[in-house]
Design a binder for this molecule. Structure first.
Ligand code: FAD
Ligand code: NAI
Length: 466
């Protein structure tokens, strides 16, 4: 082991996504000499460059277009016939990415985090090669994120067959887009192109969309998306995609086996999940162990099996979400500095930014019931005065509480602003709230959030407005 003076840095973070850049900034704030290696041209990782931010830019803009095109605006007395300027829509997406990634560069400078440009690969337990330079650090944080899971036998050409990155940048609205995988990416990006005029068919291997979400939420959101015009082929797998010029022919088979059928599309989005980025890191040189799912195995404090090497974010186990990565980034830096960084992995909200939004935190009703007796309160958005006034009747809020202690175990919502609403549920759960605590908290009127209060009241059977 080298003595202290031989280290170039106290902390070297590999990867500048929401996990890595946050870890680097917090480490520097805590007085540690910090560098962050990033191979991309810009900082911010998947999230800022090709994930959360550009997808939300396209979702937000296409939502306006849809409201104008589908009669939602006309309902409120605004008659318009929208004209799509797709290049301008892409322009505002690129602009958001440029500004936010530039913002991280500014934060690095402000906090004196050194950006080492290039791919990092381990050369030992405490040393890494970055673009030909050997860097030694007392602590190394692996925050290399994730990338698209390929579908065997299907080539992503980013023209006809695209992944999420290609689907953000299509130069024209497809006539027929087939989305392989009815998860978060498929529903968000499928919604974008459906709103802009494409026919969209979602092929999902399981018998329902959105695995991991509460059963009621999965069923209800499927109904809402169908009403909007998305087509679904559930319990169906794609066994082949043949591209001929501008047309892809997909072979579909029932998941349980049976007769195959083919469908044609001019755009195919492969969105069947993401896998941890460990290729090329040369983890063997450090002796860092992976688990059976290819993730860097860590303990509760984000330590790998090698002393001084840590891992956070998508490359480590847990939900692949930016805010989970960010919170782990703060916690790992605090642990490295000798503090007590903690992330409560039981209370990580998930949000799908479709219309309406779909959000949840904590246990699903199915998972909660498997652990013990529960009480469930549900309140429809149709009975919420603000949602009704805004012509947003779809969805509900559902609260799952422990039958004995009344402690809230999970909150699920489908509502136009569910992603914003879920923050209060996460905070209540973090503070160990009961459904009664939420029911007796004064909520402003008229807000969508009142539906959370009413659902909490429904846990013990006493909502006012239904
Ligand atoms: P990443 O953001 O993947 O960053 C890792 C970085 O490490 C990358 O920049 C990569 O270039 C770099 N890197 C990798 N290997 C090396 C190496 N050897 N040397 C140097 N650099 C390296 N999550 C949400 O919470 N909300 C959303 O709305 C949301 N939307 C999404 C939309 C899409 C289309 C996608 C694809 C993802 C979305 N996500 C969303 C997920 C989110 O982007 C990830 O959970 C998050 O980016 C993970 O952060 P991370 O820091 O672990 O890794
Ligand atoms: P996902 O895991 O959410 O969904 C993948 C879907 O594909 C699943 O429903 C799965 O059953 C299905 N599938 C798998 N193989 C299939 C096959 N061969 N044929 C048909 N269907 C198949 O993965 P997705 O949508 O690719 O997103 C990856 C991750 O990125 C998400 O899990 C999430 O963590 C993150 N993300 C988060 C967002 C958010 O927070 N709003 C937005 C976008 C992505």
């Amino acid at each position: 082991m080298a003595d202290e003076q031989q280290y170039d840095y106290d902390v070297l973070v590999i990867g500048a996504g929401p996990g890595g850049y946050v870890a680097a900034i917090r480490a520097a704030q805590l007085g540690l000499k910090t560098a962050c290696a990033e191979s991309r041209e810009t900082l911010g990782g998947t999230c800022l460059n090709v994930g959360c931010i550009p997808s939300k830019a396209m979702l937000h803009a296409s939502e306006y277009f849809d409201a104008a095109a589908n009669g939602a605006m006309a309902k409120m007395g605004i008659k318009v016939t929208p004209e799509l300027d797709l290049e301008a829509m892409h322009g505002q997406r690129r602009d958001a990415v440029k500004q936010l990634t530039g913002g991280i560069e500014f934060l690095f400078k402000k906090n004196k985090v050194e950006w080492l440009k290039g791919r990092a690969s381990f050369t030992g337990k405490d040393s890494v090669d970055v673009a030909g330079r050997t860097v030694r650090a007392k602590n190394i944080v692996i925050a290399t994120g994730s990338s698209v899971t390929p579908l065997p036998g299907v080539t992503i050409d980013q023209k006809v067959v695209v992944d999420s990155t290609g689907a953000l940048e299509l130069p024209k609205v497809p006539e027929h887009m087939v989305v392989i995988g009815g998860g978060v990416i498929g529903l968000e990006l499928g919604s974008v192109w459906r709103r802009l005029g494409a026919k969209v068919t979602v092929v999902e291997f399981l018998d329902q969309i959105l695995p991991g979400f509460d059963g009621d939420v999965r069923k209800e959101s499927n109904k809402i998306f169908k009403k909007q015009g998305l087509e679904f082929k559930l319990s169906t797998k794609v066994t082949g995609v043949a591209v001929n010029g501008d047309v892809a022919t997909l072979t579909l088979e029932p998941a349980a086996g049976g007769e195959a059928q083919t469908i044609d599309a001019d755009a195919v989005l492969v969105s069947i999940g993401r896998k941890p980025n460990t290729d090329g890191l040369n983890l063997e040189a450090a002796g860092v162990a992976l688990n059976g799912r290819g993730q860097v195995e860590i303990d509760h404090d984000f330590r790998t099996n090698v002393s001084g090497v840590w891992a956070i974010g998508d490359v480590a186990p847990g939900l692949m979400l930016a805010h989970k990565a960010e919170d782990e980034g703060i916690a790992v830096a605090e642990n490295i500095a000798g503090q007590h960084g903690i992330v409560n992995h039981d209370v990580i909200p998930s949000v799908v930014y479709t219309w309406p939004e779909i959000a949840g935190v904590g246990l699903t009703e199915e998972a909660a019931k498997a652990k013990g007796e529960v009480e469930v309160g549900k309140f429809p958005m149709l009975a919420n005065s603000r949602a009704k006034t805004n012509h947003e009747p779809d969805g509900f809020v559902k609260i799952i509480a422990d039958a004995k202690t009344d402690r809230v175990l999970g909150v699920w919502a489908i509502a136009s602003v569910a992603g914003t609403m879920i923050a209060q549920a996460a905070q209540a759960m973090e503070f160990g709230a009961t459904s009664e605590d939420i029911a007796y908290t004064c909520h402003a009127h008229p807000t969508h959030s009142e539906a959370i209060k009413e659902a909490a009241m429904a846990v013990t059977g006493k909502p006012i407005h239904i």
